[in-house]
Write a protein that binds this ligand. Structure first.
Ligand SMILES: O=C(O)c1cc(=O)[nH]c(=O)n1[C@@H]1O[C@H](COP(=O)(O)O)[C@@H](O)[C@H]1O
Length: 271
């Protein structure tokens, strides 16, 4: 099953547009789990077990693993989701982007080493840097368009041929790069008016939407701006707001409570 088919079916199955970001930071772990062997995997496993019926995706961020020399625990986390909850797509957040020959290796890293369903990439080096990812027809390529951070406007809003660069990027990807129907765009939850503009440019292409929870994105505004006509089209991702909902040993049940609330707040505005 392709990434897009998997996404369409989990949106229905779990009635959810919520993605949980797995950004495991040992310093923020409860004492009870910090010193156990494979602490990162054990932490992720408890978050996953507590939320699997409420989400449409998991998004592990590679830096939180590689900074700890813990890529083996990233592999274990991915394999755990795939064996226990195989209908849930996994988006590897690594924001790769490089010349074609190196991008080839990054695509192999994501799709053959880690075997994820989708990966985030930076499109600013152009088509040859994206093509190795796009050529995996059944995988999702999630391209940065208008990011959630405060510096997003520094470059992404520069005017090119009379329009902001992020709109040029959206149109280019939609018109030229999406020939396998496997592109998604990153549009931050913190910018609802820009999101509405991107939606008007790219039809029903799915958006990965980080920036709710810790970064303060407004749920009602983003859902209204970004949803497609069928009330879907969004993968709304929260990391710290979910996984650190409690600093104590009840972190998994508190994470579940946050995801439940997030799912219902989002669903309120989908219709
Ligand atoms: O590609 C991303 O996931 C991403 C894009 C973006 O524009 N903003 C953004 O915050 N992210 C990632 O989404 C996550 C946000 O984490 P929280 O702010 O804790 O929910 C981090 O892993 C970021 O690297």
């Amino acid at each position: 099953m392709s990434f897009i088919e998997k996404l369409n079916s989990i949106w229905e199955e779990n009635d959810s547009l919520v993605c949980v970001g797995l950004d495991p930071d040992l310093e923020r772990f409860p004492k009870s789990i910090r010193d156990v062997p494979d602490a990162i995997f054990q932490f992720n496993k408890r978050i996953i077990d507590a939320t699997h019926d409420l989400v449409c995706a998991y998004k592990p961020q590679i830096a939180y693993f590689s900074a700890e020399s813990a890529e083996d625990q990233l592999t274990k986390t991915i394999q755990y989701i795939q064996s226990e909850y195989p209908s849930i797509p996994i988006i590897l957040d690594s924001k790769r982007g490089d010349i074609g020959s190196t991008a080839n290796k990054y695509a192999v890293e994501a799709f053959e080493r880690f075997k994820v369903d989708a990966v985030t990439i930076n499109p600013y080096m152009g088509y040859d840097s994206a093509e190795p990812f796009l050529s995996y027809q059944d995988k999702g390529t999630v391209l940065l368009c208008r990011t959630s951070n405060s510096g997003a406007s520094d470059i992404q809003d520069l005017i090119v041929d009379g329009v902001p660069l992020y709109q040029k990027v959206a149109t280019l990807i939609s018109d030229k790069w999406n020939y396998n129907n496997n592109c998604l765009l990153v549009v931050g939850a913190t910018w609802p008016s820009q999101m509405a503009k991107v939606r008007s440019l790219v039809g029903d292409m799915p958006f990965l939407v980080p920036g709710v929870g810790a970064q303060g994105g407004d749920i009602e505004a983003l859902v209204k701006a970004g949803k497609t006509a069928n009330g879907k089209g969004l993968i709304i991702s929260s990391s710290r707001g979910v996984i650190y909902a409690s600093g104590e040993d009840d972190f998994d049940s508190k994470a579940r409570e946050v995801v439940l609330k997030l799912r219902s707040q989002i669903n309120l505005h989908r219709k």
